[in-house]
Ligand binder design. Sequence first.
Ligand code: SAH
Length: 461
Amino acid sequence: MLLTITATHTPASDIGYLFHKHPDKLQSFEMSFGHAHVFYPSVTENACVVCLLLDVDPVAIVRGKADSEGLLAQYVNDRPYVASSFLSVAISQVFQSALNGKSTERPELAATQIPLVAEIDVLPVRGGVRFLHAVFEPLGYTVEARRAPLDPLFPEWGESNYFSVTISRICTLADLLTHLYVLMPVFDNSKHYYVGDDEVEKLLVRGDGWLATHPLRDEITKRYLRHQRSLYREALARLMSDEPEQAEDSSQSEDAQSERALSLNEERLGTVLAALRASGASRVLDLGCGEGKLLRLLLKDRQFETIVGVDVSSRSLEIASERLKLDRLSPTQMERITLLHGSLMYRDQRLEGFDAAAIVEVIEHLDPPRLEAFERVVFNFARPKTVVLTTPNREYNVTWENVGAESLRHSDHRFEWTRDQFQTWADMIVKRFGYRVRFLPVGPVDPALGSPTQMAIFERD
Ligand code: SAH
């Protein structure tokens, strides 16, 4: 498997500083799956060619693996010859500084956009040539692809899924390597190692700044995370909430709908605040606090002595922290409020011992199969005395021209419940976890459809 990168730059020998590999040497690195070799077949005055050659040892890659696919399949396969997740691993290990856009000797060059051409030989592409173009072109690459025949001796057997691919673009080396790092296993649609939670983190770090707005964002994310539903749902939710343009939560997207919706957002927060006040709570949680609109109101009210905002999106928390000017609060105010990065899918002891929790327009962002985990985290483990929870009332959507009966209010919503569905769910919570519940409409009530937002107040003794 060979990756060739040609950089046009004068003096071309400076490119060696970006790769942190000397142009005059052949360097070899031991990998878990074999070896990676780096060499420069050509360095002229204006152009530098660097090669990363992977020597994948078919025996090393099956060592210690269960014989699940049959011994023959383990040894006789395409893995040693194609660009795959092995290439991503090699890029991240052998070209680590270049991937991170760092260079001790030429920091400005690392940040400079230069004409780059990458040739990948051989790339397996599930989805064919159209997928290849659809992935690279929105990122600004020019793509050339040559499809290999299944067997050159028997052209009548037709074509294979293997391509020789050349992509060109004027960009930083870090951008090119980042795209290759993320996309190689996406084309291949497979990975040679176990894909767990930390792959979501890697994808969010490496996908920063381009993945959230890519037209094939969902497909890339799914493939990268090997189609593990819970992982890609989480990654997509976080990508969406980390993307400034689309960081709109549901209330903000309703804002866009009409003047009336703007006041709906305010009305919702006002109603939640009133319910929290009425509960007599002094220690409160805002679970899925987003950019901190409710936190701001809570801070203004002295009744709330301890305020904790929790969100899975670190970007939202950063924005909340800026908007609330947390670094400029007086020491007494600062003591009252804490922002926590965490997921409501996992038990978290930091959430225990509170009087009340607000969960405003959050549950509809959760994947239905994972709702149960959320229920246990909130009602069984954190177990505040009062829980004030809001969610859209789907029935009301028909009154909005740009939403309608069939669609949801926001692209990140997994579901929107009718009043019946919400009340059935809430009744189940009551039975399972020993709470009482009351329902309140938020926003103008339509006699047939109810209110745009529905709210439940859960209480326990
Ligand atoms: N409550 C805020 C934000 C609502 S948008 C408001 O009313 O303005 C939904 C929020 O839930 C987003 O900020 C999102 O990051 C967060 N969220 C989604 N899944 C989450 C999870 N598993 N754990 C914690 N927060 C989550």
